[in-house]
Design a protein around this ligand. Structure first.
Ligand code: FES
Length: 213
């Protein structure tokens, strides 16, 4: 029994080491309301399930795009996205991805900067489940990396060795509004920390932009 308890303790230590805290700088990230270009808050009806266009917003720094996705199945019904354990091939580490938010738990977000060499939309973009190529995946046209937004933006194929950093959204059911609150997982490509190396987005909110592809 003592040996067993020791083994359990050892395993727990290994697991705790392998799954680092979601973040130790939560208070440093601003909470920013997602806004439409006209200044009104984004509501659920503004978000298209499996939108083939690229919808992004800057966070936490200017010119640091993040995807805003409302995920669905092949029939465009909302899919509830659960939190999952995400592997980081580059380090062997793991972390927990944010669950989807909104009335159907289907709205998720991540950095839209490829973790391989930094390509951004439109080269990096989501392909709806009904697509012929890369269905239900985020594919980077630069060198072919793919990520799974249904599984915490995890790595499907390289050359990337890191998942897209997950962005934690909060949802107000009272107002039907969405806010960006923090990032988890790997550091945004090209940065030593998510909060340095650029200018912060305005504290009044962050505006979504839509790019047709
Ligand atoms: S920059 Fe995206 S695969 Fe290389």
């Amino acid at each position: 029994m003592i040996v067993g308890a020791g083994l359990v303790g050892t395993l727990r230590s290994v697991v705790q080491y392998a799954i680092p805290p979601v973040s130790n700088a939560e208070s440093s990230f601003p909470t920013l309301l997602l806004l439409l270009p006209n200044g009104n808050p984004v509501h659920t009806s503004d978000l298209v399930v499996n939108n083939p266009s690229v919808v992004t917003f800057d966070y936490p720094l200017q010119n640091e795009p993040n995807f805003l996705l409302r995920l669905g199945d092949a029939a465009n019904n909302d899919v509830k996205i659960e939190s999952t354990t995400v592997d980081v091939p580059a380090t062997g580490g793991k972390y927990h991805s944010p669950a989807g938010v909104g009335p159907y738990g289907s709205v998720v977000s991540s950095s839209a900067i490829c973790q391989h060499l930094g390509c951004i939309p439109p080269e990096l973009r989501f392909h709806p489940p009904s697509s012929t190529n890369f269905p239900g995946q985020i594919h980077c046209d630069c060198h072919g990396s793919t990520y799974d937004p249904y599984k915490g933006f995890s790595v499907v194929t390289g050359p990337t060795k890191s998942p897209l950093p997950g962005l934690v959204l909060s949802y107000s059911s009272k107002d039907d509004t969405y806010s960006a609150t923090m990032l988890v997982g790997s550091t945004i490509y090209g940065h030593t920390t998510d909060l340095s190396g650029g200018n912060p987005v305005s504290s009044s909110g962050t505006t979504v932009t839509t790019l047709g592809v």
